[in-house]
Design a protein around this ligand. Structure first.
Ligand code: UT7
Length: 336
């Protein structure tokens, strides 16, 4: 058995900055409410017609990660792509990355675990590397939310939170099993599936011909729905649980954490976790202020920025943790 380790990180966000004041021009919201409840100051939105998609952003992030990994794209043995906003209903973006990067015909897998998508994707990559099946796995988390948000007052409690962007990591084999990814921990609780969901264009028990015939501009099932307070309450509990689970599995304590990179759901959630584990500001990395919640992209974007800022050093204990729609949640414990 081997371990896996992250050897390259990259991210890409669209240039277009959308501030809270910009949003207050199109819906009844304001900078004070958004900052107070979420910590978000601005986010990035793709500009209509400029060609950026979930896949193209993922490819841009992947190119940086591959270059930093110091490997050739043809050394990649497998692709895992996490998103809730795929370019097409099918096929998923994994194969589009294989095509657009011009990688040989390696396997490409799509992960549908929303805010926990990157944690799930890393766990999958880790298992393949551990068993020796693959040596280098490209993991991408990318989201294009802005095209699908209800940018009116009706959708304000959701649409002010989400932003566009992508992050990527290259994982490779580590022979020393005391280093790299020590363990991953995944969970789900489908009884709360609809509490944070986007029902359309899922078929469910609907016929697509009926949907097209109805062509109802007021069909809210095409916009994401979130029971905010319920999700918040579950998030703080599950984040804590899954971090403890990961630490205990490795006989570690919260005091051993050098850097916690939580999914950027809400700055208040990160602050709650920081307080609970008595971590100082240097031990928790947040960038939701700049990008909002980018779902599957949020951890790889944050991890990339933390690494670029020199906050991730060899030997550090780095913890990734996520919670989101499904509900799904998980953690990754890394000895960097
Ligand atoms: O990434 C996946 C996991 N996601 C999360 O963990 C997110 C968890 N939830 C949250 O972060 C918070 O619940 C939100 C930030 C989404 C909402 O904050 P809240 O404190 O739970 O607010 P609320 O939904 O209870 O709304 C409070 C008030 C309402 O007005 P009334 O009924 O008190 O008059 C809303 O209509 O704030 C109003 N409101 C807004 N006002 C200004 C809701 N959205 C907005 C807005 N601007 N954008």
């Amino acid at each position: 058995m081997y371990n896996s380790k992250i050897i390259g990180l990259g991210h890409y966000v669209p240039e277009n900055v959308v501030t809270n004041d910009d949003l207050s021009k199109v819906m009844d919201t304001n900078d004070a409410w958004i900052q107070e409840r979420t910590g978000i100051k601005e986010r990035r939105h793709v500009v209509k017609g400029d060609g950026d998609t979930t896949t193209t952003m993922g490819v841009k992030a992947a190119k940086v990660a591959i270059e930093r990994a110091g490997i050739d794209k043809d050394d990649i043995d497998f692709i895992v792509f996490a998103t809730l906003s795929p370019d097409y209903y099918f096929p998923g973006p994994g194969v589009l990355v294989q095509r657009d990067l011009g990688i040989k015909t390696v396997g490409a897998l799509d992960v549908r675990n929303q805010c926990s998508g990157f944690v799930y994707a890393v766990s999958i990559a880790d298992q393949y590397i551990k068993t020796g099946m693959y040596k280098n796995v490209l993991v991408i988390g990318s989201e294009l939310h802005s095209h699908g948000l209800d940018m009116t007052t009706r959708g304000r409690s959701v649409s002010v939170i989400f932003g566009d962007g992508a992050g990527a990591a290259v994982l490779t084999r580590e022979e020393d099993t005391t280093k790299g990814i020590l363990s991953t921990h995944l969970h789900s609780e489908g009884q709360h599936a609809e509490e944070l969901s986007l029902i359309a264009p899922g078929m469910g028990n609907r016929w697509v011909t009926d949907i097209m015939e109805d062509n109802d501009p007021n069909d809210e099932s095409y916009f994401p729905y979130m029971n905010g307070q319920f999700v918040f309450k579950n998030a703080v509990v599950r984040f804590s649980e899954v971090i403890v689970e990961g630490l205990e599995k490795n006989k570690l304590n919260a005091t051993d954490i050098d850097l916690l990179v939580p999914h950027q759901a809400n700055l208040r959630i990160s602050q709650f976790i920081q307080k609970k584990f008595q971590l100082n500001d240097d031990q928790v990395f947040n960038n939701i202020m700049k990008y909002g919640n980018t779902t599957a992209a949020s951890i790889p974007i944050a991890l990339t920025e933390a690494w670029e800022a020199g906050k991730v050093k060899s030997g550090d204990l780095v913890v990734l943790a996520a919670f989101g729609s499904g509900f799904t949640w998980g953690s990754v414990i890394i000895r960097w």
